[in-house]
Design a protein around this ligand. Structure first.
Ligand SMILES: Cc1cc2nc3c(=O)[nH]c(=O)nc-3n(C[C@H](O)[C@H](O)[C@H](O)COP(=O)(O)O)c2cc1C
Ligand code: SF4
Length: 400
């Protein structure tokens, strides 16, 4: 009988169990995007807390895809030494670290990007109303090269593998989704052409790094009109395997952030307090918008285990390992997922924000479920400060 506590091998990487810390933007980069010391301390805590592997928060591959304040970057060779230092303590503890690479495309935050953001097609992106410029073929090739060089740098820095972020409405996911990609050239249209940008990254990256583990995170479905569907996601996962990919993490969500990190209720108060784009608004406008926002932002349900069945269906079609993320809170559910082989790994984000040592607590029998209350204030909090748990409470300030 398989257990979530079994030692395992993921794409050749040895793990002490089957728990993965899902990619979590920590907002712990300096102005240039180099990792700060507190990030190394967080990874050390997660490692001591018993997680099998850590996936970093997004590392940007190109300056025009550095879409969040204090986002880490890996777009320059000179940053490799900084990442070597970041990895030192956690490597000594024996926990593998996988670097997540991304270009944030049209889902960038206005406080972090210039006027022009890139996307497969011209489109206005909610909630911040940034408009993307349709990328030229030269710009697509530049982004492909950005990913490939960043994959090379992750290997040079000593990461155990890399994960390409093609989920949640960021640039590669925008190429995959017909909701964002209206192109009629060889980069849009059918699934193969929408996947092409990822296929080209894979082909070029393999030539540079050889048999180094390259994984992907995809959305199995989303709530966007004409967006990602499970049958599309299955095709994408198969194409990734054919491209020589090593593992697939199954998530969900496109344009709406509360589809990827689902919530008990739309966190209106936190949006107005923690998102710099909304916190500056006139109090009267805030009041009006507060009543409108819950009607404008769709609350997606269910909020627990919401990618397990899609992951199981994707796994049936693949030979490479499948990781599932999204609303996993109870140890019993996670044991069942692994035991019934619905996925090979379980991945947690918010449970490890509120309790970085949760896995150790599971293992020692101190706890059998996460204490996270699914408020997602942490998701808004990283727009104005480093990652932390708010537990549904807003910070006080002198202006309150
Ligand atoms: C604060 C925060 C930051 C996140 N940053 C990333 C990220 O950098 N890359 C990514 O793929 N997903 C990111 N996510 C999404 C999570 O990895 C995960 O897919 C989602 O929250 C659902 O898992 P959970 O229910 O365990 O939180 C983030 C989520 C939160 C709450
Ligand atoms: S702020 Fe804390 S309790 Fe709320 S979703 Fe994030 S981790 Fe969970």
């Amino acid at each position: 009988m398989k257990s979530v506590f079994d030692r395992s091998t993921l794409a050749g990487i040895s793990l002490q169990n089957r728990f993965i810390r899902s990619a979590t933007h920590e907002a712990m980069g300096d102005e240039e995007g180099r990792p700060l010391k507190k990030l190394a301390q967080l990874y050390e805590r997660l490692s001591r807390g018993g997680v099998g592997a850590i996936i970093t928060g997004v590392l940007g591959i190109h300056v025009n895809g550095q879409g969040f304040p204090n986002m880490l970057m890996l777009d320059k060779d000179q940053y490799v030494e900084d990442y070597k230092k970041l990895l030192e303590p956690v490597k000594n503890l024996g926990t593998p670290v996988i670097a997540q690479l991304a270009h944030t495309g049209g889902k960038s935050h206005p406080s972090a990007v210039g006027k022009e953001v890139l996307g497969p097609s011209k489109k206005k992106y909610p909630p911040w109303n940034l408009v993307t410029k349709e990328m030229t073929v030269e710009e697509i090739e530049e982004v492909i090269d950005g990913f490939v060089q960043a994959v090379r740098r992750t290997k040079e820095a000593g990461f155990d593998g890399v994960q390409i972020h093609a989920a949640h409405g960021y640039l590669l996911s925008e190429f995959l989704s017909p909701h964002c990609n209206y192109r009629t050239d060889e980069w849009g249209g059918d699934t193969e052409r929408r996947y092409r940008i990822i296929g080209e990254i894979m082909q070029a990256a393999r030539q540079v790094v050889g048999s180094y583990p390259i994984m992907i995170k995809i959305s199995s479905h989303d709530a966007d009109k004409n967006g990602m569907t499970l049958s599309e996601a299955i095709k994408v996962a198969r194409l990734f395997q054919e491209s020589g990919g090593d593992a697939v993490e199954v998530s969900s969500g496109g344009i709406n952030a509360f589809d990827m990190s689902r919530v008990e209720k739309i966190p209106v108060e936190a949006i107005f307090k923690l998102d710099p784009q909304f916190s500056q608004l006139h109090p009267l406008l805030k009041k009006i918008l507060s009543t409108l926002l819950p009607l404008m932002v769709k609350k997606v349900t269910p909020i627990y285990n919401y990618n397990v069945e899609p992951a199981a269906q994707i796994k049936e079609q693949l030979d490479i390992p499948v990781i599932v993320v999204g609303g996993l809170r109870k140890l019993g559910d996670m044991e069942q997922i692994i035991n019934e082989e619905k996925a090979d790994y379980v991945s947690l984000c918010r449970p490890l924000i509120i309790e970085p040592t949760l896995i150790e607590r599971f293992q020692s029998g101190k706890q059998d479920r996460s204490k996270c209350i699914d408020c997602s204030y942490c998701l808004l909090g990283v727009l104005s400060g480093p990652l932390r748990c708010y537990y549904g409470k807003l910070p006080c300030s002198s202006t309150d």
